[in-house]
Design a binder for this molecule. Structure first.
Ligand code: NAP
Length: 312
């Protein structure tokens, strides 16, 4: 049996408990392809699972390979796969239960999308989960349209830095919250207004928004009702907004879990190839340094994304 290097979570206890081990290489099922992973990005879900506090992942399911998005090359195809060939360069958001922090991953062929030609594998790996999350929050749930006003909380991070670019590209007016040190970055992404969440209260300088896209939750979400137009929308990747306050504001308000969506990822790829959107990568690590990468994402002010370079 061929083997591969993978980042394994064998017991809960945070990112520092991750170990790089040699495990069996997965075999693709009939509808799957085996992909040689060139790069995989790190997301908060990875350190949340490692902490043991992520809903639905229990000790009984360990060991697991972490990592939810990859960029790589198809090296074999299941018997029913007709849409892909060996040698295709693809990027993908993985379903739960498939780990991208490994030299190979088997995944449903329908989730694979041609890697944007404009990006190398390192940059492409930064895109799928964060960009799909931003797309679904703004457009599927938030129904953001041209000419509307949106407030994006946490604009400098993985999801937020795509959300700002998507909202501007759609023709919206974008306010965002971030750290003072991120102000230039937020402007570079296209934000019309960047509010320092540590020194200023956004509700004193932002008003009448059609959509609040909340990547922070807590007190930030609660204070957001003050800036929302009557009939607007409050969409969160984290906590479920209050139903009582939603009724009072005649608002649509929900939280959601991003789902892999190849059609949306293909549309995002077109924007990237057209030069309208780009991933920003603050740092890269090797697969052996996966734990360090996750500790950094959890603890520091990341601008954009952190990526693991897995293989050449
Ligand atoms: N439901 C889903 O499907 C889904 C999908 C993706 C992500 N998420 C969740 O959404 C959140 C954002 O994800 P991400 O990948 O963008 O994380 P990230 O890369 O760590 O970015 C989070 C950003 O929020 C900023 N921030 C922290 N506190 C803030 C505050 N009070 N006001 C404004 N900004 C603040 C951080 O800035 P500083 O570090 O400078 O403080 C950072 O730039 C995470 O909690 C993640 O777990 C959920």
């Amino acid at each position: 049996m061929a083997t591969m290097k993978a980042v394994l979570l064998e017991s809960f206890g945070g990112a520092k408990t991750l170990r790089v081990k040699e495990i069996d290489r997965p075999q693709p099922g009939d509808a799957e392809v085996l992909v040689k992973v060139h790069a995989a990005s790190v997301n908060p879900v990875d350190y949340k699972i490692a902490s043991g506090k992520y809903p639905g992942v229990t000790q009984a399911q360990l060991p697991v390979v972490l990592g939810r998005d990859i960029s790589g090359t198809v090296v074999s195809c299941g018997s029913r796969v007709t849409v892909l060939q060996v040698g295709d360069e693809i990027y993908a958001m993985l379903d739960r239960g498939h780990g991208g922090f490994a030299e190979y991953v088997a995944l449903n062929a329908n989730l694979c999308v041609p890697k944007p030609e404009k990006l190398d594998h390192t940059a492409a790996a930064a895109v799928p989960l964060a960009a799909i999350t931003a797309w679904q929050g703004l457009f599927d749930h938030g129904q953001l349209n041209s000419g509307q006003r949106v407030l994006i909380h946490g604009g400098a991070g993985g999801v937020g830095h795509f959300a700002i670019q998507f909202a501007k590209e759609r023709g919206a007016n974008v306010s965002t919250t971030g750290w003072a040190a991120d102000k230039d970055f937020l402007r570079l992404l296209g934000a019309d207004q960047a509010v320092d969440y540590k020194s200023d209260r956004f509700e004193e300088v932002v008003q009448d928004v059609d959509l609040v896209f909340d990547l922070v939750a807590g007190d930030t979400q609660e204070r957001s009702w003050q800036v929302l137009k009557d009939g607007g929308a409050l969409i969160s990747t984290l906590a479920k907004p209050s139903e009582t306050l939603a009724r009072e504001h005649h608002a649509r308000a929900t939280n959601y879990m991003a789902q892999p969506d190849a059609a949306e990822l293909a549309e995002i790829g077109q924007l990237i190839n057209a030069g309208k959107v780009k991933p920003y990568i603050e740092a890269t690590y090797t697969i052996e340094e996966a734990a360090l990468a996750l500790v950094r994402l959890e603890g520091r002010h990341t601008q954009g994304k952190i990526v693991l370079e897995v293989s050449a």
